[in-house]
Structures are given as structure tokens and as C-alpha cells.
Write a protein that binds this ligand. Structure first.
Ligand SMILES: Nc1ncnc2c1ncn2[C@@H]1O[C@H](COP(=O)(O)OP(=O)(O)OP(=O)(O)O)[C@@H](O)[C@H]1O
Ligand SMILES: [Mg+2]
Length: 244
């Protein structure tokens, strides 16, 4: 066995994108994501910030295996996803990725507990275990006192926290959020971002996509996307002058 890997023994990235590109044929052809190189390490809380039309949702769909790149390599938890069949990709997606979107997409006539428990309906676990797991996940997002409420009776921040609990119920390795605070006032946005802080402290790997610079600063690493191109943001690292 040869061990020439310089990172041998270090933690493996959850996400490794190399030269990822996604263009839409058009006409006119749009290069929505260009030559993206991105690594997300286990336990990292990353934000991707950029203006409307910069390629954020396209990138999220690629990260979440909802779409395929036109070029490049993507390894999720070390698995090269390019070669997988559609069936294996959707299995991997269901096992590894939790999604949170701007619109909460909750079932209106079901309780909070049912909304979360029903997300596990097709998993090989008993109804009893689904309920127990849903209850535990709702406790993680601070909603133990809302289990029997219907979504329409909740605040926006509470609804989004139900959606987060639903995404976490499958115990994903990566939580992907696309404008999770886009429908919320600042007070409700804060309650959602506080939950992300807590989940991050518990070791969850998070990638939050946003056009809101304030939201992006809650992450411990920020990357910027503009015209489909990613750049790391180093402006929050102290300059050598500031450090002395
Ligand atoms: N299915 C598609 N077909 C053609 N062009 C698309 C498609 N999806 C996205 N695009 C184009 O790719 C570019 C990036 O779109 P994307 O939705 O990723 O932007 P975004 O950063 O998420 O914007 P917003 O902040 O408004 O949600 C845009 O120019 C968009 O028109
Ligand atoms: Mg978008």
C-alpha cells in the first residue's frame, strides 16, 4: 500500500468540487457556474454570498445532487458522484443531504410533529421510532412546546425551524440552506441563525447560501459568488498589521 496522500490522517472533506461548471444551453447559453473549486470540511459552517443571478441556487442544486455539472469532479463524502446512476444519486442525496429553502414547504393540515415524522415515512424504521426521532429533532431546534401546532399558527421563524428539524431528521452529513431567512423579518431571522449556530456547535456541517451580507457573516468561513465564479473572502482575517 502506498500512502502518498499529504493529508493522510486529516479529516476528509465532506464536499470536494474541482473545476465544476454548469451551463444552460439556451440560446443564449448561460454559464451559471464556472470553474468552481470548493472544499467543505467536516463540521465547517460555510456561507456563500452573492447577488441575484450570480449562480447561488445553481451551485446549491449541484451541491445537493439535484442537478449535474456540465464539467468537473464532485466528491461527496469521498464518493465521486459523476459515475453514479440516477437511483444511487437520489439514495445518496436522501442519506447525506438536508435541504432548507426560503419557502418552508410544510404540510398545512398536519401538526409540527407530523410534518417532521412524515419526512421519514419511507425509511426502514417503525412509526414509533419516527415519532421519537421527530420529537428529539424538534427539541434540538427549540420547538418542544409546539409539537401539536399546525404550521399556519406559527411565526415565520418557527416554521423555518420546523423545516430545519425535518431536514435534520434523516441525520444528514451536510445541511444546505438556500436563502433560509429570505421570508423572515430580522427578529425571526435571528432565531433561525441562532439555531444554525447551535447545530454548528454540535458538529453539523452547514452551507448557507444568501444574498444578505449580515447573514453570511454568521458563518465561520465565507465565499463570494459573482457571475458564477467563487472567491474566498479573507477580509475577516486580521491583516498582519492588525495582528501586531
Ligand atoms: N434552468 C435554467 N435554464 C437557463 N438558465 C438558468 C436556469 N437556471 C438558472 N439559470 C440562469 O443562471 C444564472 C444563475 O441563476 P441562479 O438561480 O443560480 O442565481 P441566484 O444567485 O440563485 O439568484 P437569486 O438570488 O435571484 O435566487 C441566471 O442568469 C439564471 O437566469
Ligand atoms: Mg437563488
Amino acid at each position: 500500500m502506498t500512502t502518498t496522500d499529504p493529508d493522510h490522517g486529516a479529516s476528509q472533506p465532506v464536499v470536494e468540487m474541482i473545476g465544476i461548471q454548469r451551463s444552460f444551453p439556451g440560446p443564449p447559453e448561460v454559464e451559471a457556474v464556472r470553474d468552481v473549486n470548493l472544499r467543505i470540511m467536516d463540521g465547517e459552517y460555510l456561507s456563500i454570498v452573492g447577488p441575484s443571478g450570480s449562480g447561488k441556487s445553481t451551485l446549491l442544486h449541484l451541491l445537493g445532487l439535484l442537478d449535474r455539472p456540465t464539467a468537473g469532479t464532485y466528491r461527496l463524502d469521498g464518493v465521486d458522484v459523476r459515475s453514479l446512476s440516477e437511483r444511487r444519486r437520489s439514495m445518496l442525496r436522501g442519506e447525506r443531504i438536508g435541504f432548507v429553502f426560503q419557502a418552508f414547504h410544510l404540510l398545512p393540515y398536519r401538526t409540527v410533529l407530523e410534518n417532521v415524522a412524515l419526512s421519514m415515512l419511507y425509511r426502514p424504521i417503525s412509526r414509533r421510532d419516527r415519532i421519537d426521532r421527530a420529537r428529539a429533532t424538534l427539541e434540538r431546534v427549540g420547538l418542544s412546546h409546539r409539537l401539536n401546532f399546525e404550521p399556519t399558527t406559527l411565526s415565520g421563524g418557527e416554521r423555518q425551524r420546523v423545516a430545519i428539524a425535518r431536514a435534520l431528521a434523516a441525520q444528514p452529513t451536510l445541511l444546505l440552506a438556500d436563502e433560509p431567512t429570505g421570508n423572515l423579518d430580522s427578529g425571526n431571522a435571528d432565531t433561525v441563525l441562532d439555531v444554525f449556530d447551535k447545530l454548528h456547535a454540535e458538529g453539523l456541517t452547514l452551507a448557507v447560501i444568501t444574498h444578505d451580507v449580515d447573514v453570511s457573516y454568521r458563518a465561520d468561513r465565507r465565499v463570494r459568488i459573482a457571475d458564477g465564479t467563487l472567491t474566498e473572502q479573507w477580509d475577516d482575517v486580521p491583516t498582519p498589521e492588525a495582528a501586531t
